[in-house]
Design a protein around this ligand. Structure first.
Ligand SMILES: Cc1ncc(COP(=O)(O)O)c(C=O)c1O
Length: 367
């Protein structure tokens, strides 16, 4: 077998001819599987804010246990996951819409808000793939720059709202800057915006902070939608599970722009998500390892004259303005993925916080 094919087989891990129960047990066993086991000549992947430790041991076992149920639609598992999430957020099942990652949720909310045209307000830079998509339908984008310390400028966002504005997007903590808004200010802002338009709060990274979710606001307010994901702290980016929390009428309304509400994730992914919610040990360990590696990385980068914005997430935003080497070339030559360019023609970039040993290699590469 040539090495490309072998490495491809190793990467996919599942679904190959000859998959045996003992192989499944290997995959499910955290003691045997290392996160890198299937990948030869692997790059260091610091580009997409993934969790290098996941899926959690309990999630891996659930995936293996449910693989052979993939011939059936997974409504029963999905209902179980929705019930578990309702309990977690102290809401009811009617307050939840599931998607294939929170990307699908952002798309659905944007599509729904854009149905009657008008505009939406979004900070720059932020997580904006969905915005690029919806703009093409004629929904007008109104952008609002960040403050000098790279935070979302709430007064400016409020001032940017027009009579025809249907949607305002806030990512808290913000991607790519890693900055977080004060909760009290955010609550005040969200309530004010909700008098005029839908406000979508993306909490993809809030689990890396101590700040509570805004989920407590949705049952009382039809114009507030929270987007959440299993891709980050739960380490399930490739499994594609995310969800919206909103008033039950809002969930019903946004569900109209999707053909099969709650039908996008596989039975294997849903089973893993249910198990992930129970694996508190994994979440705590991820949290503390990421915090430790982040602290190390920022301290080392500052020594290299790379000024970093204080981060509340599993990534770091920094300026290359005073760094004299060719940062992007060094990454490329060291097989490190992380080339994201933002603001001031590439003076700002973002790097994901991986494992400590990955961050040590990253620092070595740019030193
Ligand atoms: C802020 C933010 N929201 C949403 C997503 C989408 O994540 P997913 O579709 O994997 O849930 C990402 C992915 O990186 C993100 O950074």
């Amino acid at each position: 077998m040539n090495s490309n094919r072998r490495s491809w087989l190793k990467q996919i891990g599942l679904g190959v001819a000859g998959l045996t129960i003992s192989r499944l047990e290997t995959i499910a066993s955290p003691a045997i599987l290392s996160a890198n086991e299937f990948i030869d000549d692997k790059p260091i992947r610091l580009s997409s804010n993934e969790n290098p430790y996941g899926p959690s041991p309990m999630a891996r076992k659930a995936m293996a246990d449910h693989l052979l149920e993939s011939n059936r639609y997974g409504s029963a598992q999905m209902n179980e996951l929705i019930a578990a999430l309702a309990q977690k957020h102290n809401l009811s099942s009617e307050n939840i819409l599931m998607g294939a990652g929170s990307t699908e949720i952002l798309d659905i909310v944007a599509r729904c808000a854009a149905l009657k045209g008008g505009s939406f307000v979004i900070p720059v830079p932020t997580f904006a793939f969905w915005a690029n998509m919806i703009e093409k339908t004629g929904f007008k984008k109104i952008t609002v720059p960040l403050t000098a310390d790279k935070k979302i400028d709430l007064p400016a966002m409020l001032a940017a709202i027009q009579n025809d504005t249907k949607l305002v997007y806030i990512c808290n903590p913000n991607n790519p800057t890693g900055t977080m808004l004060e909760r009290e200010q955010l609550v005040e802002f969200v309530k004010k915006v909700a008098e005029k338009a839908l406000v979508l709060v993306d909490e993809a990274y809030i689990d890396f902070t101590e700040q509570p979710s805004l989920s407590n606001l949705v049952a009382e307010n039809k114009n507030i939608i929270i987007a959440k994901t299993f891709s980050k702290i739960y380490g399930m980016a490739g499994a594609r599970v995310g969800y919206a929390l909103a008033h039950k009428d809002t969930i019903e309304q946004i569900s109209q722009v999707t053909t099969w509400a709650n039908g996008s994730s596989s039975v294997v992914s849903v089973a893993a998500a249910i198990a992930s919610l129970k694996d508190e040990k994994f979440v705590k360990e991820t949290y503390s390892k990421i915090h430790e590696a982040r602290k190390y990385t920022i301290a080392q980068m500052e020594k290299l004259n790379i000024r970093c914005i204080p981060s509340n997430t599993n990534f770091i935003y920094f300026t290359l303005a005073d760094y004299k080497k060719d940062y992007f070339d060094l990454l490329k030559r060291n097989n490190i993925w992380g080339t994201y360019i933002y603001e001031e023609q590439g003076k700002w970039s973002r790097i994901t916080v991986g494992k400590m040993e990955e961050m040590q290699q990253f620092i070595k590469a740019i030193s």
